[in-house]
Design a protein around this ligand. Sequence first.
Ligand SMILES: Nc1ncnc2c1ncn2[C@@H]1O[C@H](COP(=O)(O)OP(=O)(O)O)[C@@H](O)[C@H]1O
Ligand SMILES: [Mg+2]
Length: 254
Amino acid sequence: MLKVQGIETWYGAIQALKGVSLEVKQGEIVALLGANGAGKSTTIKTITGMLKPAKGTIEFLGQEITSREVEDIAEAGIACVPEGRHIFPGLSVIDNLMLGTTPRKNPSKADLDRDLERVFHLFPILQEFRDRLGWQLSGGQQQMLAIGRGLMSAAKLLLLDEPSLGLAPVLVQEVFKVIKQINKTGTTILLVEQNARMALLIANRGYVLETGKMSLTDTAANLLANEDMKAHYLGAHAHVKEARQRRLNERPSA
Ligand SMILES: Nc1ncnc2c1ncn2[C@@H]1O[C@H](COP(=O)(O)OP(=O)(O)O)[C@@H](O)[C@H]1O
Ligand SMILES: [Mg+2]
């Protein structure tokens, strides 16, 4: 379904991706793992067209989409839930959801109703709070709204960038359960996560990025059993340490 081959992406003079290749087949959940700064978000942004690769190609459903406009790529059927949610705080839940339908060409009312029904079935709280404003939701509810909005585009491929980031453990469980359910009901998923263990427990396959290069790829089961993975990414508290390191990195320097 998605075939990324040898992409190289730069931020000015800094090369963030040094030849990244990956593939997602229809029906799969594929995990994209790696430490903070490895290039996961850059990979996602290059696929969605927000960043243009200097080299490499991206194919989606047999068509080359490399360097096409963001809107074209969304229309082709790729939706993205970016890191940090980005819902509209001043708009109601239902208006936020309907904004997700922008990439669709003349959807029928019946199709929209069916997809809204699917989102409300996955996230009953969004139905209950449909008239609340975005800012009135908790962090977990905002993440659910962001995912729900992604689904309203009726995309064939959903890219999720760290959906569990900053959520309480009980909500993390819930989000992973819902991702599995979304996949079962027909959406293919590329899942970026710092919580490698949880991601691999629901994924079919995984890739590990290390400073802009793929270092490892295998089935989820093999990655969970891999000694290198256990040592670096799967320790009981690996993602907690990672989050702490991230906060330290983000601390403004004096
Ligand atoms: N806007 C930017 N300008 C310059 N460098 C950036 C920018 N965004 C990310 N980078 C750099 O690119 C590399 C990959 O970042 P990113 O894709 O965000 O990593 P990840 O999502 O895996 O944490 C990092 O070294 C990061 O510092
Ligand atoms: Mg990131």
